[in-house]
Design a protein around this ligand. Structure first.
Ligand code: SF4
Length: 420
């Protein structure tokens, strides 16, 4: 997996002179605005489709992206690391480009059941920014910023900057954090906290230490997870000795072990191309520091929805001691109809991959039930009508708001529903 430490970012003409020390520094962010960047990096024309039957000019692609940005629920934000992992000779068909750059030409009209907060997180938030859905677990949304913004983000109602279509509804304030801590401390049944956002990479190291310390000291809390896509999109932060974030995380893990509690980093890789020698080095540092890392992948059409890609991803993660924890069915959020797959796809992938890797490295293939039913194994559906594309699930362990009696529905993309 080690690609001999080649300086892969230098293939981008603007960054030809950038050495490894600069590229790996967390302070270096590339100093070109995105669209200048696109103009500089794209060739005169690029293949429109996988088989290069049709080409698209550079100007047309930039216009396509600009129109996509206007329609999308997320603004564009990417890291130099992400940009340097894209095949700029064929971006339309590149699995990383397609995750972060909306192209109007590939977007499909929303399924009528898509919504902005499809998991009804706001409905399960006793305090703004704290989602308490499962009896013993809560999700603490500490920040609304991420190192990259993913088009398919389940939290597009809250995360990132306002877009032309979505004014974001959550802000990170000290008052909100205090309210969240008070709530966590008042609930003896809560044992497990996910510190997310946004992305915990965007917590300052002293904030990360403070949150970790306070949760470790809270008697009812046994397990803490920091959710961050950082390892996938900016792994250099972990190996940059001048960046204190990783040291802060390692310190919190040490403190937790002393208190006989557990801390883990939950990250988010979607494609094997996201993994380089920089990632491998970062994973080694995490392992040396005793940080448990688990991964949550989102199943995305045309990006990782084939057996070979998903198997390679799982194996590469396992080889780097990152536990492939979940593969999620893409949530029913707005403006991602083109990235969703039918339920049958996740069922097929699970069936074909199980048995090819040790059971403890086999991810759970799940659907996060629209409407707030929580995560259920995809194969646990109660019914699945492939003609209408509607599958149903129940969540008997969830209590309150009549959740235990509710039937939750996942709708396949319209593209996959046979015409009447
Ligand atoms: S990093 Fe996570 S929270 Fe941030 S935009 Fe992507 S999916 Fe959403």
């Amino acid at each position: 997996m080690n690609d001999d430490k080649n300086e892969f970012w230098r293939k981008i003409p603007l960054w030809k002179g950038v050495n490894a020390a600069d590229f790996l520094s967390h302070r270096w962010s590339g100093d070109d605005r995105l669209f200048n960047f696109l103009s500089a990096v794209l060739p005169d024309s690029v293949p429109y489709d996988k088989h290069s039957v049709r080409m698209q000019s550079r100007e047309e692609l930039i216009k396509d992206v600009l129109n996509g940005v206007r329609a999308a629920t997320m603004t564009i934000r990417v890291t130099p690391y992400v940009l340097s992992r894209i095949d700029w000779g064929n971006p339309r068909n590149d699995p990383i480009f397609r995750q972060f750059f909306p192209m109007r030409s590939v977007m499909l009209p929303d399924h009528p059941k898509l919504s902005l907060d499809s998991l009804d997180e706001e409905g399960d938030s006793p305090v703004k920014g704290l989602v308490h859905r499962y009896p013993d677990k809560a999700l603490f949304l500490t920040t609304t910023i991420c190192p990259t913004y993913c088009m398919f983000c389940t939290r597009s109602y809250a995360v990132g900057g306002n877009t032309d279509t979505v004014p974001k509804r959550l802000k990170a304030t000290a008052k909100r954090w205090d309210q969240a801590f008070s709530y966590i401390e008042s609930q003896p049944g809560l044992h497990d906290i996910v510190v997310s956002g946004g992305d915990s990479y965007y917590l300052q190291p002293d904030q990360l230490r403070m949150i970790g310390e306070r949760l470790i000291k809270t008697p009812n809390i046994r397990r803490i997870r920091f959710a961050s896509k950082g390892l996938a999109v900016a792994p250099s932060r972990i190996i940059d000795e001048k960046d204190d974030w990783f040291r802060a995380l390692a310190d919190v893990c040490t403190r937790a072990r002393e208190a006989y509690k557990s801390v883990a980093l939950h990250t988010h890789f979607n494609h094997p191309n996201e993994i380089s020698w920089v990632t491998e080095q970062a994973c080694r540092e995490l392992m040396k520091a005793g940080v448990m890392v688990r991964n949550q992948t989102v199943l995305l059409r045309g990006i990782n929805d084939d057996v070979e890609t998903m198997s390679t991803l799982i194996r590469k993660l396992a080889d780097n001691n990152v536990f492939p924890y979940y593969v999620y069915q893409c949530d029913m959020v707005e403006k991602v109809e083109h990235l969703r797959t039918p339920l049958q796809k996740i069922l097929d992938l699970e069936a074909q991959i199980r048995g090819t890797i040790a059971g403890f490295m086999m991810p759970q293939f799940v659907v996060d039930l629209p409407g707030g039913g929580g995560k259920r194994l995809a194969c646990s559906y109660k019914s699945y009508d492939r003609q209408t594309g509607v599958s149903t699930f129940t969540a008997p362990a969830l209590k309150g708001r009549d959740k235990e009696n509710k039937v939750y529905k996942y709708y396949d993309p319209l593209l996959d529903v046979p015409s009447p």
